[in-house]
Design a protein around this ligand. Sequence first.
Ligand code: PHE
Length: 355
Amino acid sequence: MEQLRAKHLAAIADADDEAALEAVRLAALGKKGEVSLLMRELGRMSPEERQTAGPALNALKDEVNAALAARKAALGDAALAERLAAEWLDVTLPPRPRLAGTIHPISQVTEEVATIFAAMGFGVKEGPQIEDDWHNFDALNIPPEHPSRTEMDTFYMAPKADGTRHVLRTHTSPVQIRGMLEEGAPCRFICPGRVYRSDYDQTHTPMFHQVEGLAIDRAISMANLKWVLEEFCRAFFEVEGVELRFRASHFPFTEPSAEVDIRCSWTGGVLKIGEGDDWLEILGSGMIHPKVLRAGGIDPDQWQGFAFGMGIDRIAMLKYGIPDLRAFFDSDLRWLRHYGFSALEGPSAHAGLTR
Ligand code: PHE
């Protein structure tokens, strides 16, 4: 017994992983383990022999079990210590701020716009950039002879077999139609997205971004439109005293229509919103034309609503003092680093739009 004890305790001390330890356990205490075999022999002993051998064997068994448990715990601790030493991570290292890239001003401003309108109960809708003629023009009451349909402004796709041609949408207004058909009245949503027109200079690129918005209900009026746009400009430009000027205008899809200017000043090439004697046009708007409501499946005798559309790139340039629109799409890393936004701090209604 003394030999067995010395042998197994030494083997336990030598086991340097769990598999080795398990092998020792089986050799000592398994079904055919040496200690177990000895215990089976107790039955064949005389009562006197059993009286001394029994407790001694039990004590041996307990001792081996205790040694196994202690060794197992020690191995576990050692393994943990090894992992902790190998897998450390210094969470106090500062991030490398510009390495992860930046959020493009257009993405940022789109988020800002959606955040502000969401707070006023507007949903967000998107539509296809390749549109059919009906959604882009007809449904919006744009007559066949309207100048915006000419190849001068519109990018047409190759004609299909039946002679119809899709277009790269020239504005986000077709999403109004899709949204109305989808939601019915009442409804309230904005539609941001890419649009295309054949134009290229310091303030025009053939692809740019618009955000359209509309609200339809039984008694929506120009007064609601004015309030919503003022509220939007106040929040977006982060200027309390914004002042808007509504100028009578014409769009085929709204009646009456108004273009909206914002009060500003230009001094020393710096634009300030909300003060001064200059006016800057920022958007088109009006009451949705009855024919457009009808095209959207909404009864104009029951419902009315306003709509507006503005250039996302344009309001981004105004807000962040970005002089040339073309640079937005040049993918110049230095420009992106200068005008980009932190990826970790998106705009929110409670914490502010830009940080
Ligand atoms: N779709 C118009 C444009 O592209 C903008 C607009 C939208 C005007 C909705 C009035 C109402 O210029």
